[in-house]
Design a protein around this ligand. Structure first.
Ligand SMILES: *Cc1c(COP(=O)(O)O)cnc(C)c1O
Length: 303
């Protein structure tokens, strides 16, 4: 395991006004009460108004370990990427030069790309073909040559340090729980929770169509010693694919947001809570089960 520079981690969170630790709250919903299931929610949506919760968890240890002689970060993602958005803001606030390699071409910038441009990011578009090569050694060495002295962070920030950052959030929780559940897109968050969990099973809710592919991503991220832990991904709650939001889901998000006063949006947290409701009401959990939901953030612009 790499040694982590904790003092620079603390310095960065202070400079960025990250409110850590995030609270754990009890979700009061009639269907959960009826089934006798206790829903706890870790409010990582409250870590920061702009930096999405799990993006901070995935990036914080990576940033803390950035070699001091590096003053430029290069990373990649899609035109709507929460990862690029979070990183763009962080680099702006910390005074680090940032280059975003973006998949495809956007003659009219998305709001995400507009924001990061305003924060001083340099944007370079990659063709879909170039982008497909993003994890190959040839691509990475090409980028490292082109941007000498830059620190390269892979897509979604998902790498070893990301797992450490996510795992650490479990140390902030003092209430007991029986199982952890979170949304899954690139698998980094789920992998980190699996790594950090003691004995509790960890369940991921896929927010996109990715049966088999997502399990492979998570397995690849996990060290061998951890892979055998008790985890699974559920694939029946993606509602048609990534960012697909049928009206029933959008209505559900508005209802639960109103009832709980906690913001739920349809891309991640809404699909998570929908899955939890289906599981709870179908009797998947024994009476008295304490289920811990991770609210990963991402509510900017929805509520
Ligand atoms: C990116 C993101 C996720 C998905 O996390 P992965 O580690 O990619 O699986 C979940 N929730 C929010 C709010 C996100 O921005």
């Amino acid at each position: 395991m790499n040694t982590i520079d904790r003092s620079s981690l603390i310095k960065f969170s202070q400079q960025l006004d990250i409110v850590q630790p995030s609270p754990v709250e009890i979700l009061t919903l009639d269907w959960a009460a009826k089934a006798g299931v206790i829903l706890l929610i870790k409010r990582d949506d409250l870590l920061h108004p702009i930096v999405s919760g799990n993006k901070w968890r995935k990036l914080c240890f990576t940033l803390a370990n950035m070699p001091t002689q590096k003053s430029h970060i290069v990373s990649l993602g899609g035109g709507h990427s929460n990862h690029l958005h979070a990183l763009g803001y962080i680099c702006h606030r910390l005074g680090i030069r940032f280059t975003a390699l973006v998949r495809g071409h956007y003659p009219a910038l998305t709001t995400t790309l507009q924001d990061i441009t305003e924060w001083g990011a340099q944007i370079r578009f990659l063709t879909k073909r170039e982008y497909r090569e993003r994890d190959t050694a040839a691509f990475i060495s090409h980028i490292e040559q082109q941007y000498s002295n830059a620190y390269f962070i892979p897509e979604g920030g998902s790498q070893v340090h990301a797992l450490t950052g996510v795992a650490a959030l479990l140390d902030e929780i003092t209430l007991p729980y029986d199982e952890i559940i979170c949304p899954v897109a690139s698998g980094g968050t789920l992998a980190g929770l699996i790594q950090g969990a003691q004995d509790s099973p960890v369940t991921g809710v896929a927010v996109l169509k990715g049966e088999g592919y997502l399990e492979a991503l998570v397995t690849k991220l996990l060290p061998d010693s951890v892979e055998a832990k008790n985890w699974k991904i559920l694939h029946q709650f993606h509602h048609g694919g990534y960012a697909k939001a049928p009206k029933a889901l959008v209505d559900f998000c508005h209802d639960v947001t109103e009832q709980t006063r906690i913001p739920f949006e349809p891309v991640y947290s809404g699909k998570l809570l929908w899955a939890v409701r289906e599981l709870v009401t179908s009797g998947a959990y024994a009476l008295g089960t304490r289920l811990l939901l991770l609210h990963t953030g991402g509510v900017r612009g929805f509520v």
